[in-house]
Design a protein around this ligand. Structure first.
Ligand SMILES: [Zn+2]
Length: 290
């Protein structure tokens, strides 16, 4: 009965064309985008995206919400509808749309020793499975505090392999590159790309010495193939905190830094964060107290 009542309220609630901004208006699959709700009297707002509800943090993030377009998501115009409740308990809807275009990803051919490509030892397979489950558990956490400002590159070196690069390993097509590689010399300090809490600092089979940072709200960074780890799990970091040094540990062909970003579990191009979440101005401003 309550469900029907809620549905009736939502259907009857007025629709606003203004007030919901989308940055940028056009994105490629695999990229992130920001919604901004400019409605000071709204106390709750949520949008349905990728078949799941996402809730705005109106207390601490001034109505910003970061969302990801899945790699391979079909191009087209996607309607965005935000359901909101104002201080007086009135419901309303805000509408906009996002234009998704297909990314053109480059192709790279790699050759690695077959022992590294197809590990068969039961102990190794068991380890890989255990580490994958451990990472999936971290990706699934939606920490309420969102540190979604002041993002920067973890190293200043140029990009070697971009996100989404289609790799052909020893002649076999592999899943697309899950992050971005920087051409960094061994020993280069690796900095936290954004604030957050270290959830993992350990040696994993594929990514070698690895640091995982939880930026809150389901946004997670993985910094891989490090030569040394400079932080421990549980440590809070700021943008720029040194978390380790560049190396070539794990499945790697030479020194470089690999940076993966997951948003709500979805692999997302990390470089989109350094543009969307660069500024610090929106960090903590309660709604209506400008
Ligand atoms: Zn990589």
């Amino acid at each position: 009965m309550k469900g029907w009542l809620l549905l009736l309220l939502l259907v009857a609630s007025p629709v606003f064309a203004a007030g919901l901004k989308v940055y940028p208006r056009q994105v490629q699959d695999g990229e992130a985008f920001l919604l901004r709700l400019e409605a000071p009297d709204v106390i709750f707002a949520a949008v349905r995206w990728n078949d799941a509800p996402a809730i705005f943090d109106l207390q601490h993030d001034r109505g910003r919400l970061l969302l990801a377009v899945k790699p391979g998501q079909a191009p087209g115009r996607y309607p965005l509808q935000v359901y909101a409740v104002d201080r007086a308990g009135r419901t309303r809807r805000y509408r906009n749309e996002l234009n998704v275009v297909a990314a053109r990803r480059p192709v790279e051919r790699l050759t690695l020793p077959s022992a590294q490509v197809t590990p068969r030892k039961p102990a190794v397979l068991e380890r890989i499975g255990r580490e994958r489950r451990m990472l999936q558990e971290i990706y699934a956490v939606d920490t309420p505090s969102r540190f979604w400002s002041g993002f920067r590159r973890p190293v200043d070196n140029p990009v070697g392999s971009p996100f989404g690069l289609r790799r052909i390993l020893n002649g076999h097509p592999k899943s697309p590159h899950s992050g971005v590689d920087f051409r960094s010399p061994r020993g280069t300090p690796v900095r936290a790309p954004g604030a957050g809490t270290v959830r993992l600092a350990d040696t994993l089979f594929y990514t070698g010495k690895t640091v995982v940072i939880d930026h809150g709200g389901g946004l997670v960074s993985v910094l891989a193939h490090l030569q040394s780890l400079g932080v421990k799990p549980g440590r809070d970091v700021r943008p720029g905190t040194i978390v380790g040094e560049v190396g070539s540990t794990g499945r790697s062909t030479g020194p470089h830094l690999h940076w993966t970003v997951r948003l709500g579990g979805i692999p997302t191009d990390p470089l989109t964060l350094t543009t969307l979440l660069r500024t610090r101005e929106t960090m903590v401003h309660p709604v209506g107290k400008d």
